[in-house]
Design a protein around this ligand. Structure first.
Ligand code: HEC
Length: 722
């Protein structure tokens, strides 16, 4: 007893000395990582400073947790930024199993398999297996983890891992309902965690080309839909007039907020970044500015009413979705502290707005940009908004002088010849049939990892890609008289629904597999099942009729007999008169014959921007190729996905890079202090937390993004015990 008493009084004394500790709520927020992104403001910042620039060399692996717990050579993407609450870490596996583990030891407490839930069995037609995090809500002892699996939102008891059956119907809600469209035809699958505010949570998410990305609020306890904000406005709603087709709200899709939200809890303002309307590269059927596509939206969290918006690309035909939740930061501007919101873009800009009004803090010019489009019926917007500060984080034009000089003379001549045939030389070049260079690329500039912000120094850290892509458009020339057989219908449908990813020759490219020879792997039934439900990053196709799916199967699986049969479906807009006048031939990177980017390095970078002044403090290449390093070529940077975190210990932690390294970087200078190998690339943002005074940093190492490694491991680092 004496011991205990003694210990208690020492602890009490410590608390008084440390202050703060007695206000334990405060103490806890600084050691937990309660929300994806480190907090609702999405700063990716931790005030813990046990690991610092002086002891970083003592960092070692503290534990590894295998989320799938079984041998498998290849897992899907694992891009989750896990949350840590009261020493328990919650995250998801590559197959979207939810887990709770002891954050100090990595020991599993419970797992929840969504495949077992009734709600999931009822509604889960689409199996997009990707999720960048989960959310947490608590009221006294009622503690819940909220997460989404494809089109289903679920709630699980945070203590036991059991489904909360009083939520929604049997513990889940069907997100395909409530969008104001035929729910059997829509495709929705949020890939970012929901945002919680009081007893509400918000979501939008990845959607199909014919599903609107409206933003919705749900009641945490009942699952009831509380409000909906139409990202494609209805008649009578502001912004409806920005669509020349006044019926767009009935059939247009996307315009969704897939990258996640930030929340100013005190003011009750939800910040939602949106992407472009469908289709990505041809806008002849959606003329006009197209609000609220490519916007940063400030929405009243309680009511769903729009407070302000800023459109970052007008009439986007380059797939320049806003890629990350904005950072809610405070800066010193003209001598005053201003609460602001910083939005990174794929185009390589950082927009900075006053948080309450949306007024840009640095001037934004409407710059004349485009030559008119060579495509029929397309009309591009003549200007685009460009902030004068901060300066862009990446190159925004591909000129002759940017061609990769690290390759052999013959390789150089090959890329030079291709280059001369393409439209190039600036951003916002019109998509064309001869080929248009897209730089910054479809994956940025900035990407979904989002930036990190240090509230003390006001530096914003943004990682970025500098990859050039080639966009080739092809005209759809449908002839109603031609669609007589399954072969003809299948070929037309393939162009519209599959070619964008699998290419005109079905060879795939980039992240998309070749589907030549798939008849060896799939029966007609299993193929139709696959294209109906989708798989991981391949969306499902609920809007196609069974006759249409049959025709695609006959075409892709080379079923000669089936191909010759008359097409049994109705001659719909899909088979006869496609809604879009053009398709595109796929996501093709512009590469050298050796497989390196056709542009000069850097190919991936990390930039520190002083948000008070808008000036860059430093920029470093992020990642390297062993083969080039061996030749003595300085670090080139590589493609990277997943963001950085910054700490009060003077460090930036980041994985992200395709080279599979985990890096600790001096936040002041940009000097790389430590590089450790991960089991597979850490395509995710790390989380920083402490348990019993010991600091940890953890990252999901899913890989799978590139040809190389794939893993189900969450790896936690801490200092070696002295
Ligand atoms: C948005 C891009 C995208 C679109 C559109 C798309 N796919 Fe896919 N597809 C993928 C990806 C990514 C995969 C790999 C899925 C995985 O990781 O399991 C894939 C996988 C496949 C596979 C399995 C390949 C294998 O080796 O097992 C087939 C078959 C396929 N797609 C056919 C189609 C057809 C037919 C369509 C049109 C109806 C289509 N896809 C549309 C991206 C896409």
């Amino acid at each position: 007893m004496g011991m205990t008493k003694n210990y208690f009084s020492i602890a009490l004394l410590n608390c008084i000395v440390l202050l703060g500790c007695v206000r334990s709520g405060l103490h806890k927020t600084h050691t937990d990582w309660k929300v994806t992104g480190g907090g609702k403001e999405n700063l990716h910042y931790s005030s813990i400073k046990q690991i610092d620039t002086s002891n970083i060399q003592n960092l070692e692996i503290a534990w590894v947790y295998h989320a799938e717990n079984k041998d498998q050579t290849r897992f899907g993407a694992m891009e989750c930024n896990p949350i840590i609450i009261d020493s328990v870490m919650f995250g998801v596996s590559p197959r979207l199993k939810l887990f709770a583990i002891n954050a100090r030891t990595g020991k599993e407490l419970w797992t929840f398999n969504p495949a077992d839930s009734v709600a999931n069995k009822t509604w889960h037609r689409n199996s997009v297996n990707m999720n960048r995090g989960v959310a947490y809500w608590a009221e006294g002892e009622d503690k819940r983890v909220i997460y989404t699996v494809g089109p289903v939102a679920l709630e699980v008891n945070a203590n036991t891992g059991k489904l909360i059956s009083s939520f929604g119907r049997n513990g889940g809600i069907n997100l395909a309902a409530g969008l104001g469209r035929d729910s059997s035809k829509v495709f929705v699958a949020p890939t970012s965690p929901v945002m919680v505010y009081k007893n509400l949570f918000f979501l939008s998410g990845l959607v199909g080309d014919e599903t609107p990305g409206h933003i919705r609020a749900f009641d945490v306890k009942t699952g009831q839909q509380k409000w909906i904000f139409h990202t494609i406005p209805y008649p009578g709603e502001a912004g409806h007039e920005t669509w020349e087709d006044s019926t767009a709200y009935k059939h247009m899709g996307s315009t969704n907020s897939w990258a996640g939200f930030s929340l100013d809890e005190k003011r009750g303002i939800l910040f939602a970044p949106t992407g472009n309307p469908s289709n990505d590269f041809y806008g002849g059927n959606r003329l006009g500015k197209g609000l609220y596509g490519n916007c940063l939206l400030a929405i009243d969290a309680a009511t769903g009413k729009l407070i302000w918006y800023f459109q970052t690309v007008h009439h986007d035909v380059w797939d320049m979705d806003l890629p990350a939740a904005p950072a809610l930061i405070t800066v010193k501007h003209n001598g005053k502290n201003i609460d602001a919101v910083a939005q990174t873009t794929k185009t390589g800009f950082v927009f900075l707005f006053e948080r309450e009004t949306g007024k840009p803090l640095f001037p934004v010019d409407e710059v004349p940009v485009v030559d008119q489009s060579p495509l029929n019926n397309e009309r591009l917007w003549p200007t685009q908004p460009m902030p004068r500060l901060p300066k862009p984080i990446v190159r925004q034009a591909f000129n002759h002088s940017d061609l990769n000089r690290l390759v052999s003379d013959s390789s150089f001549r090959t890329i030079e010849k291709r280059f001369l045939g393409y439209r190039s030389g600036k951003m916002f070049n019109p998509p064309s049939t001869e080929g248009t260079i897209i730089l910054p690329g479809y994956d940025g500039g900035a990407e979904w990892g989002g930036p990190a912000f240090d509230p003390k120094t006001k530096l914003l850290y943004v990682n970025a890609n500098e990859m050039s892509w080639v966009l080739n458009m092809v005209e759809n020339k449908p002839d109603p008289k031609k669609v007589k057989t399954n072969f003809e219908a299948g070929a037309t449908l393939y162009t519209q629904h599959c070619m964008g990813c699998h290419g005109p020759e079905r060879l795939g490219g980039g992240d998309y597999p070749s589907i030549i020879g798939v008849e060896k792997k799939y029966t007609t039934a299993s193929f139709i099942q696959l294209i109906t439900t989708g798989r991981r990053m391949m969306p499902g196709n609920n809007s196609l009729s069974s006759e249409e799916k049959n025709a695609i199967a006959a075409f892709v699986l080379n079923l000669k007999e089936e191909q010759q049969k008359p097409f049994a479906g109705a001659a719909t807009k899909n088979t006869v008169a496609p809604k879009q006048g053009y398709g595109f031939t796929g996501y093709n990177k512009f590469l050298t014959p050796e497989g390196f980017p056709a542009i000069q390095p850097p190919w991936g970078s990390l930039t520190a921007i002083n948000m008070n002044t808008g000036q860059h403090e430093w920029k470093i290449p992020l990642g390297e190729f062993e083969s080039l390093k061996a030749k003595g070529i300085p670090a080139t940077g590589r493609e990277n996905y997943g963001g950085p975190v910054v700490t009060a210990g003077g460090l930036i932690f980041i994985g992200a890079s395709a080279d599979g390294k985990f890096r600790a970087i001096n936040k002041r200078t940009g000097k790389i202090l430590l590089e450790l190998d991960l089991p597979a690339p850490g395509v995710a943002t790390p989380s920083v937390y402490a348990v019993n005074g010991k600091q940890f940093v953890v990252i999901a190492c899913g890989g799978s993004k590139w040809e190389g490694k794939s893993s189900d491991a969450y790896v936690a680092f801490a200092l070696k015990d002295q």
